[in-house]
Design a binder for this molecule. Structure first.
Ligand code: GDP
Ligand code: MG
Length: 177
């Protein structure tokens, strides 16, 4: 960083974790490319995508990592978590077991990263209100207990997706600047 404030550059690694098929890859493609893929397969070989956002007039590069299907085999490696500044812990509001897995994902995150990592609990697929299986209240309560931000999103209709990432990015930014 230089004193004029020009040429400053921030690069924040953010990891997206949670059970299989909760919508992690689609949250990422919605954020990075404003795309949704109905039949999304694991994007093999793609480790992360980068998106530039402005925070207080500064350019911040969010390097968002996708598990690319490793979570199916409970084989998310320590390399995945290494150097992360932020994490999205994602469940599917229509499938309670994915919500019940969140504590396990949190334990795994805590094993690999220190507690300064900005954490956001994300209840995805909020467009599927009619088959909701986890209430907003339950999400809020868990987030309060564990000291997480909380938001419900839809990667399908884009509700709150940018906001989810932006809150995490801003929190990281505030913590380091
Ligand atoms: P991942 O395994 O966690 O990466 O999940 P994917 O992003 O591959 O999504 C799994 C499935 O859920 C796909 O069929 C997606 O089309 C679907 N999906 C993802 N996000 C949403 C959402 O917000 N709403 C709805 N209705 N479906 C979604
Ligand atoms: Mg995926």
């Amino acid at each position: 960083m230089d004193e004029t404030g020009e040429g400053e550059e921030y690069l924040f690694k953010i990891v997206v974790i949670g059970d299989s098929a909760v919508g992690k890859s689609n949250l990422l493609s919605r954020f990075a490319r404003d795309e949704f893929d109905q039949n999304s397969k694991a994007t093999i070989g793609v480790e992360f995508q980068t998106q530039v956002v402005q925070v207080d007039g500064k350019e911040v590069k969010a390097q968002v990592w996708d598990t690319a299907g490793q979570e199916r085999f409970r084989a998310v490696t320590s390399a995945y978590y290494r150097g992360a500044f932020g994490a999205l812990l994602v469940y599917d509001i229509t499938r309670r077991p994915t919500f019940e897995s969140i504590r396990r994902w949190l334990d795994e995150l805590n094993t690999h990263c220190d507690t300064t990592v900005a954490r956001m609990l994300v209840g995805n697929k909020c467009d599927l209100e009619d088959i909701r299986d986890v209430s907003v209240e339950e999400g809020k309560t868990l987030a309060e207990e564990e000291g997480l931000f909380f938001i419900e999103t839809s990667a399908l209709d884009a509700t709150n997706v940018n906001t989810a990432f932006e809150i995490v990015i801003r929190d990281i930014y505030n913590n380091i600047s």
